[in-house]
Design a protein around this ligand. Structure first.
Ligand SMILES: Cc1ncc(COP(=O)(O)O)c(C=O)c1O
Length: 387
């Protein structure tokens, strides 16, 4: 029997697997503190939910156009102009079932067998497997000492004549960094010279705590003809289960991504489109209290880590994760993957292992949870790591 080589090279999402184990332990009656999930703990805003209900009742339950209704694509164009100072035509916008599907279709549209895509680690769990499934090769640059993006000289060392694209994710999951304008200028200038496709995943845009998010495209407009901006409503509006993501891309890429969608999920439901329009029109102010609370939790969690001592991490400026460096704490050939399994079994603490982000020796802690859980969880982690 033979199977697809491409798909055999794909591993199931390790963060989802860990989450499933944590849920299982909780069902058996254990008090599991779950820091593995990548979603906000607060609900989707009521205005958005109400609009979906109203729309359902009005019968918006049939297929919608592949790539999104004209109203939703217009709302995205308006959002990109308002929040990011970027101008796109509605024909350049494609809406799909989550940024995950949009990214997958983007890799499928761009890559031929053996094409290389540069990923700087730590990076979001699905990029590498999506690239492999599309026939490409993920080229992963190891974590830097500062946990931020490597220098352009370092990136150049990992390039080859087969390099086709570069994935950029700021605010970053899992390291929480946000590039400064001057870092973006340097990176963007370098990328423009290479002529690679740049896939900019801006899904944590609204979770920028210390200074407002800027799109790399705004800072480096010279990237436009090769720039695919990916975003979605999952994180911004606590809408992970609604599955709304989109890209704004050069016309040929948008056409290909849309064509693939027309042969896969087809569309997102009409009542969800209507609700998404409401969310996008309200924008960031709708979530101001939630984002302020996340920032307080970031401050609280990092202060606690500092006061307990003995645990290294990269200070996060955005998203809602702390990437903990446990390389000095691991003993006798232990790995962060084994360690995360033991944390779950023995301490009932779920943290995603760095292996999931191309960064063995680390653990990702999501602080999108209540303060008591954060406090108890960090104390348990400290006990397990430092003693
Ligand atoms: C960096 C990053 N990109 C994309 C996604 C996918 O988001 P969704 O498919 O929910 O829109 C996630 C979700 O965890 C993420 O963390």
């Amino acid at each position: 029997m033979s199977f697809s080589r491409r798909i055999l090279s794909v591993q199931p999402s390790p963060t989802l697997a860990l989450n499933a184990k944590a849920v299982q332990l909780a069902k058996q009656g254990h008090k599991v503190l779950n820091f593995a999930v990548g979603e906000p703990d607060y609900p989707t805003p009521k205005v958005v939910v109400d609009r979906a209900i109203e729309s359902l009742k009005a019968g918006r339950t049939k297929y919608t156009p592949a790539g999104g209704s004209p109203e939703l694509r217009q709302a995205i164009v308006d959002k990109l102009q308002r929040d990011n100072g970027l101008s796109f035509d509605t024909s350049q916008i494609v809406v799909g079932t989550g940024a995950k599907e949009i990214l997958f279709h983007t890799f499928l549209s761009l890559l031929n067998d053996g094409d290389e895509v540069i990923l700087t680690t730590p990076c979001w769990v699905s990029y590498a497997d999506q690239i492999r499934a599309a026939g490409g090769i993920p080229v992963m640059i190891p974590v830097t000492s500062h946990g931020r993006i490597p220098s352009t000289e370092e990136i150049a060392k990992y390039s080859s004549p087969r390099t086709k694209a570069f994935v950029f994710n700021s605010p970053n999951n899992p390291a929480g960094y946000i590039l400064t304008e001057s870092e973006m200028k340097e990176l963007g200038g370098f990328l423009a010279k290479q002529g690679w496709w740049v896939i900019s995943d801006e899904i944590y845009e609204y979770m920028s705590f210390d200074h407002p998010h800027q799109s790399l495209l705004k800072v480096c407009p010279e990237l436009k003809s090769k720039f695919i901006l990916v975003n979605g409503l999952s994180k911004a509006f606590a809408m992970t289960g609604w599955r709304v993501g989109y890209c704004a891309a050069p016309q040929e890429v948008a056409n290909m991504v849309k064509s693939l969608q027309s042969h896969s999920s087809t569309c997102i439901p009409g009542f969800i489109e209507d609700a998404a329009v409401v969310a996008l029109k309200h924008g960031k102010p709708l979530m101001a209290d939630d984002v302020a609370r996340l920032r307080q939790r970031r401050d609280m969690a990092t202060k606690l880590l500092d006061s307990l001592g003995g645990i290294k991490y990269f200070f996060p400026q955005g998203a809602y994760y702390i990437f903990v460096d446990i390389r000095d704490n691991l003993r006798g050939g232990d790995t962060s993957l084994n360690f995360s399994e033991r944390l779950l079994q023995e301490h009932h603490l779920a943290l995603a292992p760095g292996e999931a982000f191309g960064a063995p020796g680390f653990l990702r802690l999501s602080y999108a949870t209540d303060e008591d859980t954060i406090t108890e969880g960090i104390k348990r982690l400290h006990k397990a790591l430092v003693g």
